[in-house]
Design a protein. Structure first.
Lengths: 113, 113
DNA sequence: TCCATGGTTCAAAGATTATAGAAATATAAA
DNA sequence: TTTATATTTCTATAATCTTTGAACCATGGA
């Protein structure tokens, strides 16, 4: 994972609303949630939510699909795992503590490649 | 780890200079590096560096100690591991993928508690 | 004590990000 | 086609973050 992407992903998660959104989507799994449902659940006004979703999507941490008149968002587990891999290898003990962490959670619920 | 602390830590790392600084300190290990050395190595002006170090220290990602007339900074592995633990448990697969990740790198080079 | 070196704080300017109502767009039901 | 619903884009404002020179403080050697 490139440094720029890492910084972008970290920045996307470094905001209370967005971290909450992402956690909610992770809990929900691949089926995802509509924008309205997220908005309602977390009490974030639609236009603000849209702003944050764009940020998360830009960091490739979430994907969206249109479903009838709803837009469904879901977490990108792959990206999150790549981020965790980078942090573990580069920001944990210097010499990569590879043995485990990096790919533990990968492949559990991969939605889209 | 509290949400606020998580957001603070993520924000501290979500900036190119600071991520570079932190990575450098992780590589260096508990012995740490002086402000001047970091400044020189990464080509960051002293006053800018000081600003970023304060940010990292506030997130408890680094500690500093005075050593003669130098200020030595070192990475806080403990905090980084806590952050990784939070992200793994809350932002990886929803139901925590505990088996590994969380504490793999802990205890390798813990400097100060 | 005086000077040199290492670092931080101050201050001011610029850049980026966040917030949220209002308007616009899209889908689908009546 | 009109209407209602779901979501995004636009716009303006506010807030926060970044950058860095200059001034200041601390430590140690001459």
């Amino acid at each position: 994972m490139e440094i720029k992407s890492v910084v972008t992903a970290l920045a996307a998660l470094a905001q209370e609303s967005r971290l909450a959104i992402f956690r909610l989507l992770v809990q929900t799994g691949p089926e995802g949630l509509s924008a309205g449902k997220i908005s309602e659940t977390l009490g974030i006004p639609p236009s603000s939510l849209s702003f944050h979703m764009k940020e998360l999507a830009h960091a490739d941490l979430v994907s969206s699909r249109q479903e009838s008149r709803y837009v469904i968002y879901s977490a990108n587990f792959r990206t999150m795992n790549e981020l965790l891999g980078f942090l573990t290898e580069n920001c944990c003990s210097g010499k990569p503590c590879k043995p485990t962490a990096t790919s533990d959670c990968a492949g559990i619920e991969e939605t889209q490649a």
